[in-house]
Design a protein around this ligand. Structure first.
Ligand SMILES: *[C@@H]1O[C@H](CO)[C@@H](O)[C@H](O)[C@H]1NC(C)=O
Ligand SMILES: *[C@@H]1O[C@H](CO)[C@@H](O)[C@H](O)[C@H]1NC(C)=O
Ligand SMILES: *[C@@H]1O[C@H](CO)[C@@H](O)[C@H](O)[C@H]1NC(C)=O
Ligand SMILES: *[C@@H]1O[C@H](CO)[C@@H](O)[C@H](O)[C@H]1NC(C)=O
Ligand SMILES: *[C@@H]1O[C@H](CO)[C@@H](O)[C@H](O)[C@H]1NC(C)=O
Ligand SMILES: *[C@@H]1O[C@H](CO)[C@@H](O)[C@H](O)[C@H]1NC(C)=O
Length: 653
């Protein structure tokens, strides 16, 4: 054998060895752990490891693969660095084998049905930079060992069923830029130690029962761009040092109790594109500067105690699309100039404002709600819409415009139908938008709000083909009205006296599925009747024992001024996005109201009482009033004689 032959054989041998080593390059502990994980979650079909998991260009390594596994093979041994098993409905507890993957940098187990606690061994994954456990069914405390993951840049554990407070050890995550813990289940005070999280750019913490003051330390998070903190038990005021958060793009704070806040801190927050301070006990005037926020697209200051006039600067908005100022104590004239070209929805309802309806309001794609104000219809006929504010505020008494009624029934979000028991539910299938109103002769409905998180366009009506159980009237529940903020029905022209209010509910937008993340949603809202909160943190699905099951809630109340006011209100609680983006807020299927026979006309003291209770519970200045609102109004004579309707709709091109 010649020298060259020998070297050729050596070469062969060498490359064979290389091949072998290439096949065995991955840390065998990790390979074995990964195989066990695949077994544990029954992922054999999606991730079949017939070859080494770190094989270059393996199908599961592509950036769009799911499950996805990628490795770092820079050293002599390959290590698994990325593991994604996302929205594949993997069930059961997090297996211990996962913590053998000690080189993980990115672990995404989001949108599954993982249950049980987060094991303490997660603290061993000290190289993690990205950890997502969001939208699962995890329970127990949020473990303090998460604080060991000091390389984390992004941590997500929102939409779970954790309990207890946030661990103060999270304060060790000083490089953390994104923290998502909305709807996670945590409660109690926000630890002061979290003041260390100074790198945070994004903090989503809504829908957790946090107590205590809205932390002042948030005002020192100079990098903050997106802060969401609605639906908690936190108390105001909004600290004035929030004025230093000049990088804020999105600020959503809501549902603060106790102390009033002012808007002075907004002065320099000129990068805001979304500003929502809904239901926050904000008092004082709206600062002029806001009109100069050149990026502002969405402004919601509704359900507060704002006074004074709408600033003139509001005519300078260039990209503003949604403007919500309803349920405040704003006065003065409505300036027509605030209907800027990009504006889609304007809500100034339930404010003591006056003036004439701007002539430029009837624009395609624009909707406006001026109900509960003294703004008059500019020549449009006033039939219980405009101008009714006065009879519900102050001393003036409402009078019946038609022969007084003793009942009304509404098929919310659906067409008219007669129930088996003979109740005629009126049609309420009109399209209502982000600031709108519909009025029939017997009742009116007002809807305001815009669904955030909703990429598929707004949905203000839900419907299903499924059978609804626990009722003989399945049809009544197959459609329902939805609202991302506030939905109000007003019975009109009623005889004064004692009434029974029957509210019909069935959850038809959320699912029961216990084998899918789609079954993890929680819808939570409040209901007020005649200004009194009769349901708080109401969860239809929970109370009915599942979705697509009928539930009737019955209340007794008084009418003392010819009007019945039934208000469905979102107070920031519940999950936002399960099973679809923007699945939250009030839902109602039907309403049936009837006078208690023989109860007479003895409820005159009720009016004062309603005013008082609303003032306390909503913290808003405007009392409860009648609606009027407009996209565009015209009058249509119904076939039924003497039955007039105001239709509200977007004018067709
Ligand atoms: C992986 O794929 C890329 C292009 O798809 C190719 O250029 C590269 O050579 C492949 N690598 C291996 C090790 O097969
Ligand atoms: C977390 O860190 C602490 C101290 O920094 C250490 O004592 C503990 O062993 C770590 N826990 C885990 C699970 O790594
Ligand atoms: C806005 O910035 C100016 C100039 O830096 C400063 O004087 C003022 O106090 C700031 N306003 C607020 C509310 O922080
Ligand atoms: C979540 O866990 C609870 C028990 O903690 C269980 O009742 C429920 O069915 C689970 N949800 C899903 C969607 O699996
Ligand atoms: C209705 O009015 C009657 C008589 O004034 C009163 O006794 C009753 O408490 C009132 N009911 C409600 C729910 O306000
Ligand atoms: C509303 O504002 C006016 C001043 O414009 C004030 O007199 C009145 O007390 C305020 N109402 C409430 C309920 O705060």
């Amino acid at each position: 054998m010649g020298l060259s032959n020998l070297s050729f054989s050596l070469l062969l041998l060498l490359s064979a060895l290389q091949l072998v080593s290439a096949q065995l390059a991955t840390d065998p502990n990790e390979v074995s752990a990964l195989n066990k994980i695949i077994d544990h979650w029954d992922l054999g079909n999606q991730l079949s490891l017939t070859i080494d998991p770190c094989t270059p260009n393996a199908t599961w390594a592509s950036s769009t693969a799911n499950p996805r596994v990628t490795c770092d093979c820079a050293g002599s041994t390959c290590h698994i660095t990325h593991l994604k098993i996302y929205a594949l409905d993997i069930l059961g507890e997090i297996p211990r084998e996962l913590f053998e993957l000690k080189e993980l940098i990115d672990l995404n187990l989001g949108q599954n049905v993982l249950s049980g606690p987060i094991p303490a061994e997660i603290g061993q994954l000290s190289k993690l930079q990205y950890l997502s456990l969001g939208i699962n069914n995890l329970t127990g405390p949020v473990p303090s060992v998460l604080g060991n993951l000091t390389k984390l840049l992004s941590l997500s554990f929102g939409s779970n069923q954790f309990s207890g407070p946030l661990p103060m050890e999270l304060a060790k995550l000083t490089t953390l830029q994104e923290l998502y813990l909305d709807s996670s289940g945590v409660t109690g005070p926000i630890p002061q130690e979290l003041a260390n999280l100074k790198s945070l750019k994004t903090l989503w913490a809504s829908d957790n029962l946090f107590t205590g003051k809205l932390p002042e330390f948030l005002g020192a998070f100079a990098e903050l761009e997106d802060l969401r903190l609605e639906g908690t038990l936190l108390e105001g005021p909004i600290p004035s040092n929030f004025g230093a958060l000049e990088k804020l793009d999105i600020l959503r704070v809501g549902d603060l109790g106790e102390e009033d806040s002012s808007l002075g801190f907004l002065e320099n927050l000129t990068s805001l594109s979304t500003l929502s301070l809904r239901n926050c006990r904000v008092s004082g005037k709206i600062p002029e500067q806001i009109g100069n926020f050149a990026k502002l697209q969405y402004l919601d200051l509704s359900f507060n105690k704002l006074t004074g006039q709408i600033p003139n600067s509001f005519q300078d908005f260039t990209v503003l699309q949604f403007l919500y100022l309803g349920d405040n104590n704003l006065s003065g004239e409505l300036p027509a100039s605030i209907i800027t070209p990009k504006l889609i929805a304007l809500d100034v309802s339930f404010n003591p404002m006056s003036g004439n309806l701007p002539l430029n309001f009837a624009r395609t794609g624009f909707s406006m709600n001026v109900l509960g104000t003294s703004i008059n219809g500019n020549g449009l006929p006033d039939r219980g819409g405009f101008g009714l504010l006065n009879c519900l505020q102050g001393d003036a008494k409402c009078t019946n415009q038609l022969p007084a009624l003793s009942s009304f029934s509404i098929k919310c979000g659906g067409t008219s139908q007669t129930s088996a028991s003979g109740i005629e539910y009126n049609d309420d299938s009109e399209t209502l938008g982000a600031a709108s109103f519909y009025k029939s002769s017997r009742w009116a409905v007002s809807s305001t709000g815009n669904f955030v998180f909703n990429s598929n366009g707004p949905r203000y009506i839900a419907s299903t083909d499924s059978q609804i159980t626990e009722t003989l009237e399945s049809e009544l529940y197959k459609t329902a009205r939805l609202s991302p903020s506030s939905l109000r029905y007003f019975g009109l022209d009623l005889m004064n006296g004692k009434y029974i209010v029957e509210l019909h509910f069935a959850e038809i937008a959320m699912e029961d599925d216990t084998n899918s993340w789609k079954g993890l949603g929680r819808r939570i809202f409040d209901v007020y009747i005649q200004g009194e909160r009769v349901l708080q943190d109401f969860n239809i699905q929970k109370e009915a024992g599942g979705s697509k099951r009928a539930l009737i809630k019955t209340f007794e109340t008084n009418v003392s001024n010819t009007i019945m006011n039934i208000h469905f209100m979102w107070a920031g609680k519940g999950t936002c996005c399960i099973p679809l983006q923007g699945t939250y807020g009030p839902l109602v299927s039907a309403i049936n109201v009837r006078q208690v026979p023989g109860a007479g006309n003895s409820a005159n003291r009720g009016r004062k009482r309603v005013g008082r209770i609303v003032g306390i519970s909503l913290g808003c200045a405007a009392a409860v009033m009648i609606v009027s609102s407009v996209f565009y109004l015209w009058w249509i004579k119904d076939d039924a004689p003497g039955h007039m309707r105001v239709h509200t709709d977007i004018p067709k091109k």
